[in-house]
Design a protein around this ligand. Sequence first.
Ligand code: G4P
Length: 531
Amino acid sequence: MKELDLAKAVEQRRTFAIISHPDAGKTTLTEKLLLYGGAIQEAGAVKAHRAQKRVTSDWMELEKQRGISITSTVLQFDYRNIRLNLLDTPGHQDFSEDTYRTLAAADNAVMLEDASKGLETQTRKLFEVCQMRSLPIFTFINKMDRPTRDPLELMDEIETELGLKPYPVNWPIGSGDRFTGVFDRRTQEFHFFERVSKGRMRVKDTIIKLGDPQIEELIDKDLYYQFKEELELLDGLMPSLDLKQVHSGQQTPVFFGSAMTNFGVELFLNSFLEYALPPMAHESTLGLIPPEHPEFTGFVFKLQANMDPRHRDRIAFVRICSGKFEKDMVVYHARLNRSVRLSYPQKLFAQDRISIDEAYPGDVIGLNNPGIFTIGDTIYTGSKLRYAGIPSFSPELFAYLKNPNPSKFKQFQKGVSELREEGAVQIMYSVDDSKRDPIVAAVGQLQFEVVQYRLEHEYNVETRLEMLPYTLARWVENGWEVLENIPSLFNTILVKDVQERPVLLFKNEWTLQQFVGSNPKIKLSKIAPVL
Ligand code: G4P
């Protein structure tokens, strides 16, 4: 392929994920982005997606949730000649590793806040992951049509609590019943809010320039004065927009709106296209590989088994980092040291699977996975290389997983190993050979439920969990040798991960600190070292 065409394809792509706390409106915003991107004609089409968050112990719901969240792993749509890849992150309360991995494949993140709540726990956690990767973050403050917190206070919270400098691209006038619209600081125009109930179709904003005499009639006097004061404050005190800082994750462009009524969605999209990063170079064993590199390269960031329960298929999701992907191409698998033909590439949208013939950096393809791909695998053409891999994050819940029925031993082993490969849960083992049950390590309770449910329904094994009293896992970076002479452990156990690396499980922060204090030579890491 001509270098120029490849460069153009890269320039025309933006890949991103939305981070938020449940209920902030992620499903609604996603739907509205698709609506404005022309991928759906009427909002409501992706509604089933919403079942995703209503999960606790209702197994049917859980199944539904899985089916839905899987099929919409990547939503692709075009807007103003730019191809947007929206990587879906699981929406449920319990935190799963899937989200971390998805962020490894994104170039930008949209942080969605509920204007009445501001920053919430899951958003904070996800923000930390974005920050580790220095991802550019775009903030969308949603639900302005309802009573909100003071917008200045919300800005202050982002700055003081996340250390991220907010730059409001637009600014709201009133909120709740008195929400009148936003002022776009780029164009110096007011966009007036119209109260529509659900915003199923696209709407056109009424736009009026600053200084137009009509404004005094359209905005209540007190709100207008308050707005003028706030605008002066923003213009005078806040640093101006600096794209370099946005791209390094230090400054966040902020947008206000109401996704439910479509308000602010188009304004957001327009600026997002302009400010977001196109696919960037990725660190590899051969140094930084730019997306325009003519050879095809990519890495697996997510695996999903049994997407279609009737076929028991497995899909590996690959983020393309460089070059052009073509159906049926033969690539090299870095870890297995052999070539593989990529025969059935798929793109998934809602319930449909669409076969794809070509794809470019920033795109995600779904590959048939007959057990050859695991998370972090690199595939490439040309010179041998490996991408940096995706770290596993520190689990907080641990339990022995027991199979009470010895005749099911094989299915149990197979199920545990496949679910582990897929990354549904981390697995560890006791170093004491008499205790052979695997230890499942999870970030949230729901992961346990999913694993048990899937073992039962997909592998026909009923299991029991025996909770362990630990809450922190630390990988021992300097290997087994340093552990040889340590005295007996108090409120702590030593286990090994599936790669036989030593991991210490601590009861709480206090026991961890005690251990660190008395064993200064042992280097501990919160995340598993990348292989
Ligand atoms: P999530 O995926 O982040 O969990 O949130 P979701 O989009 O499902 O939205 C959560 C609730 O917030 C929904 O109400 C949704 O309609 C509402 N919502 C989203 N954006 C806005 C907004 O801009 N303004 C207002 N007022 N509400 C908004 P629900 O009652 O749970 O569902 P539904 O009955 O409305 O479908």
